[in-house]
Ligand binder design. Sequence first.
Ligand code: PLP
Length: 350
Amino acid sequence: MKLGSLPRVRLANLPTPTQDMPNLSKKLGGPHIWIKRDDLTGVAFGGNKARKLEYLMGDAIAKKADMIITGAGFHSNWCTQTAAAARRLGLDIVLVKKGPRDNWEPAEWDGNHLLHELMGAEIKVVRPEKFNGAIEAEMDTRRKAGRIPYFIPIGGSVPLGAAGYVNAMLETFNQSSELGVDFDYLIHGTGSGGTQAGLVMGARALNTGTKIIGAAVDWKTKEEQQADVNRIIRDSHDVLGLEVEIPFSDIVVYNEYVGGGYGFISKEKAEAVKVLAETEGILIDPVYTATAMACLIDLCRKKKFKKSDNVLFLHSGGAVALFPYREPLKAYTKGKQFPWTIPDWSPQAT
Ligand SMILES: Cc1ncc(COP(=O)(O)O)c(C=O)c1O
């Protein structure tokens, strides 16, 4: 793979720590559990997107872009980290966000939306069915105005973004030799699939033997999620010069922890947030990392791992999203019914 010759801008605080979680391991009574702290990458409040953005922004700068256009869900971590990276590089930023109605405005600014506004992103909110058209219209208008916009798809999940997670696997491999431990499994939340694609390619290229488990955060079938990851891997043969063949069976997805769907919090996700906070003092987000932790807890309870296994949990960031979920988290903590299940910003909240 030719990672070294790709244009790259340094944005993330790397390497991120890989730490032992003795209290969680004891509580779950199964394997030895570790955590990779990609919530500490920096770039706004940190998260997995910082690694992807190093290559994507490198490409944007190489192409002389003067603004970035991207989009995703209303409370997207991706949008937050992209806006922060754009600002740091002196670029304008346009965010097209999916909402319950066109031009929807929340009653209060909270979580990631507050951060998008603070960074002065130009924000357009549209219904999901108008999303692609709205992005194209933005690109068109800006080009006609003499600007050089650079478009990045949702989550930066293209080969250049995945390169950031090939690198993360290399970093983890080096740390595993420093720590004197081989990781049998790595568990993370998978959405647009770039993180998983990079991890799977990295593990195979380095022959680490680590099984990469993606806990799907969206209501896709397992096959759809695997196909999304596989598409990025296939495209990486050209873009990243990937020469190793990656068997489809390397793309392992569990989709039973989504609960009500993307952005919906379930009791299992609330439990995951509380368990990690109470055992290790580490805060995860209710959408992505809580889904992955709910998966890890359940697999431990079902005795999927051997006691001698080393399982690495990837903290991919996003904990600012805890705040918009204050009500269900309070209800869970006090042992009451959840007050709501559909967040008001969800396109399903119509
Ligand atoms: C905190 C967090 N974890 C995991 C993911 C999933 O990463 P990917 O989109 O590369 O599958 C995201 C995506 O937005 C995220 O924000």
